[in-house]
Every structure is written in C-alpha cells, then in structure tokens.
Design a binder for this molecule. Structure first.
Ligand code: CO
Length: 171
C-alpha cells in the first residue's frame, strides 16, 4: 500500500518536473530569458500584455475596461463573435490619445468609410487601431502601451461609439 502510494507520488512528481522543465529551452527570444526558472507557463512573455476583446452582433464589446502595465508591448486581439457583415455591424478597436473627445472623434470617423472609419487627418488623435472586421473575423494590433493614465477606446463604425466604448488603463 505504502509502496504504491510512493510510486504514484514519484511518477506524478516526475511528470511535473518534465512538464516544467521540458519547454524551458524552447523560448529563447530576447524578451523572456530573465524569468525562466519558476514560471511554468512558458508561453507568457512578461513584456507583452495580451489583450483579447470581442464585439458581437448586439453592438457591444465584452469589456468596458482594459488594464495593462506601463512599459508593456500590447498585443490586442479583436474578435467579432457575431455573424453580420462588416458593412452592417463592423467593429474595430480605436485607442484615442488623451484629450481627444470620443464623441467628436466618433462623429468625424463616421464619414471615413474608405479608410476603415479612421479619418486620414485624425491619425494624430489615435494611439492604435485595428482594421474593421465583420462577423467571425479576428484581427490583431500591436503597439507600445502609452504612459500611465486613462485612455478612451471605441469602435468607430458609424453610430457604434455610444455603446462600444471603454477605458484603457495603463498602470
Ligand atoms: Co462596431
């Protein structure tokens, strides 16, 4: 009985050991060398804030607040979990610079269909943005987190900024 218990514990520990140690060597990119020893989840790069936000056919984001750490690279994935076409229920993610009025931007953006509802002359207002997507699509944007503070984000598809908006907080 005791022997069996011992055997099971040993095997389990061994599996754990392999599980933790096995992937150790794989990730040798410049960012991740510093925290190898105790981090079992090797896919996480601590310098990257992975953010996933979804929009649906009900004209809603699944998040109204996003938090990332200062100094991070942000990898933001936007998913459209609905089915409607992007001409009907298009979604993007637009992160505004501080001091830019969200509603004013939303109104201006509504007439910028040709550029994915990002006004050509408004690029100074924007920290980052994704392309416009429709149901079932996914898109990714990567950018450096701005300095600590609160920022507005929105979907700039016409009429969506009222419902599809939130705070992007860098702390
Ligand atoms: Co939208």
């Amino acid at each position: 009985m005791n022997l069996l218990k011992y055997a099971i514990v040993s095997i389990f520990s061994f599996i754990l050991l392999i599980g933790c140690g096995g992937k150790e060597e794989k990730k040798k990119d410049g960012f991740s060398y510093e925290k190898k020893e105790s981090e079992p989840n090797k896919k996480v790069d601590e310098n990257v804030a992975n953010v996933v936000i979804s929009g649906n056919d009900m004209m809603k984001f699944d998040k109204t607040e996003i938090k990332v750490g200062a100094g991070k690279k942000v990898k933001l994935t936007l998913r459209h979990t609905g089915q409607l076409d992007k001409n009907v229920m298009g979604h993007n993610f637009v992160l505004l610079k501080q001091g830019v009025d969200l509603m004013a931007f939303g109104i201006k953006a509504a007439s910028a269909k040709d550029t994915g509802y990002i006004p050509v002359d408004a690029k100074d207002d924007v920290i980052a943005y994704t392309k416009l997507i429709g149901g079932g699509e996914t898109t990714v944007v990567e950018f450096d987190a701005p300095e600590s503070g609160e920022y507005d984000f929105l979907c700039s598809f016409p009429g969506h900024y009222g419902m599809m908006k939130g705070k992007f907080i860098v702390e």
